[in-house]
Structures are given as C-alpha cells and as structure tokens.
Design a binder for this molecule. Structure first.
Ligand code: NAD
Length: 278
C-alpha cells in the first residue's frame, strides 16, 4: 500500500496519511508502531506529552527502514514555550526517539492566557535553522494566533493540526489555511469515537456505495479535501483498514452529504477548545 505524498509550503513532502499514537500506552507503543510499520505506515505522529516517544523510537530502530523513508512528527508541550526551553525540549524528544532530527515539530497548543506562543514560534524557527526539524508548524492555533505569529516573524507554519471531523469542520481556520498555503492536519479524524459518526446515515451510505467501511469513508472525506490524517488504533486489522483508503473516491454528492453533518454552531467539538488549554 503506497500512501501518496503531499507537498508543504517549505517544499518538503509528507505522507498524506499516517499513524497517530495519542493514548497508545507507553508499554504497548513499540508493538503498535512495529505493526503499523509492518502493514505499511511510514508517517508517525507523536508528542512529548504522550509519554511514548521511546516506544516510537524503539520500533523505528528495530524496523530497519531507512530514515529517509519515514516521516516523524512530535510536539512541544505547553510548559516549555519560554526562554530557551523549546531547544531543550526538542533535544530531549530527539533523545527519546533516537533520532538526529524530526521531520515536523509542532507547537502543541497556543496557551493564549500565557501569551508566549509568539516567543515559542520564534524558537521553532531557530530549531528549523539548526536542522533539528525539517519542517515546523503549529497545532490548535485559531486564526488570530496564526495571524499574530506570521505578522511577528514573517514565517508561515507548514501545518496547523486541529480537531476536525464531520461534526466539527472548523471552516474559518480551513479557509484561512487555504488562503495562506498552510496544510491542515485533522486530529480526531474519526471523532475519537465520541459520537455516532460511523453510524451516521451519510457516512453509512457512502461506505455502502463503495463496499467500504464507515471509517474508510470518513478518512476519504478528509483526504479528498487535502487534509492530512493519522487515525489511531492499536488493532492490526484496523491499522490495515485505515491505510486501505486510496483505491476509491467519494462522489461530490457523498462529500456534500457528509459536509452537511456539521451543525455549524461549534457544538460538534469533542475535545478541548484552544482558549481553555493553558
Ligand atoms: P481518532 O479520531 O483517530 O479516533 C481513534 C479511535 O477511533 C480509536 O481509539 C478507535 O477506538 C477508533 N477507531 C480507529 N480506527 C477505527 C476503525 N477503522 N473503525 C472503527 N473505529 C476505529 O482520534 P485520535 O487518536 O484522538 O486522533 C488521531 C491522532 O491525532 C492522535 O493519535 C494524535 O496523533 C493526534 N492528536 C493530536 C491532538 C493535538 O492536540 N494536536 C489531539 C488529539 C489527537
């Protein structure tokens, strides 16, 4: 199974689909990532706060896969935006991962009440210049946060990784991203299993029309909008199912029916709002 690449605004490429390891227990991570690599994933999304970077690194080391065939993302946690802490934090992440550099480093949350996300972004630029991450981006940034970091530095993040799924489509951010050449990464692409997404009529109809599963239909809906996804599962058969989404295409009508699932008032959000995380 070959996953197509997409090109970021800095010219680097990233596999359009990967494997996310949020809430994969540290003791199970090496096994889960090893299985993901075996079934064909080449893009892993982790974070310092997930506590499982060592397991990701152990699986990579044991895999024998060439470093340049892998794409690894990790993230700067919220309590390390200040002073030179971002430099210390990435070096610790690299040690845990057993890597000399990551492919993408993200500011995990803007923590607006602390008002230090512009400083964090300035440090991210230094980290890229030092060769510790090939690309840099942000996560959970709202349009005012994005506008402020770009105005302060002139550097546009390669990606913004945000909660995004059919009931919560974040159109203000996705429109800003499209206009500013920032790639959207959808976290919680399957709604984290927190609402009946996979049993929703438009999803089930699209899945049935193509002889696919509801999860595969939802992942197609993301991919066809250009969003990068890395669904999480610790079960091999689901890892395979979630990767096998490049052999069919939803029609415009099927896409539109799933688009209509967002109530439009923000009530479809299943996790934290960026203003509340500090
Ligand atoms: P997700 O939407 O990927 O949902 C994961 C859950 O969906 C699994 O626990 C499983 O129960 C279920 N599932 C997976 N595959 C399935 C299938 N084929 N059929 C039926 N059910 C299936 O949620 P997530 O893990 O929160 O998001 C994916 C990744 O996004 C994370 O692992 C992490 O890497 C990233 N993430 C980032 C942030 C952030 O703040 N930047 C926050 C949350 C997640």
């Amino acid at each position: 199974m070959t996953v197509p690449d997409v090109t970021l605004n800095d010219g680097s490429t990233i596999p359009h689909l990967g494997y996310g390891v949020f809430k994969v227990p540290p003791g199970d991570t090496e096994r889960a990532v090893t299985e993901a690599l075996e079934v064909g994933y080449r893009h892993i999304d982790t974070a310092a706060i997930y506590g499982n970077e060592e397991g990701v690194g152990a699986a990579i080391a044991a895999s024998g896969i060439a470093r340049d065939e892998l794409f690894v993302t990790t993230k700067l946690w919220n309590d390390r935006h200040h002073d030179d802490e971002p430099h210390a934090a990435i070096r610790e992440s690299l040690d845990r991962l057993g890597l000399e550099r990551v492919d993408l480093y993200l500011v995990h949350w803007p923590t607006p009440a602390k008002d230090d996300y512009v400083h964090a972004w300035e440090k991210m630029i230094e980290i890229r210049e030092a060769g510790l991450s090939r690309s840099i981006g942000v996560s959970n940034h709202l349009v005012p946060h994005l506008e402020r970091i770009v105005a302060a530095t002139g550097v546009v993040p390669a990606v913004n990784q945000i909660e995004l799924h059919p009931a919560y489509q974040q159109r203000e951010i996705t429109e800003w991203a499209a206009a500013n050449d920032v790639r959207i990464e959808s976290w919680g692409p399957l709604g984290q299993g927190k609402y009946n997404l996979l049993g929703a009529a438009p999803v089930m109809a699209a899945a049935a029309a193509h002889g696919r599963t509801p999860a595969q239909a939802v992942l197609r809906w993301h991919l066809q909008q250009g969003f990068i996804v890395f669904p999480k599962s610790v079960r091999r058969e689901r890892l395979e199912e979630n990767l096998d989404v490049f052999g069919f295409e939803l029609s415009d009508a099927e896409m539109a029916a799933i688009d209509a699932m967002d109530p439009g008032d923000g009530s479809g959000r299943v996790s934290s709002h960026p203003d509340e995380v500090n």
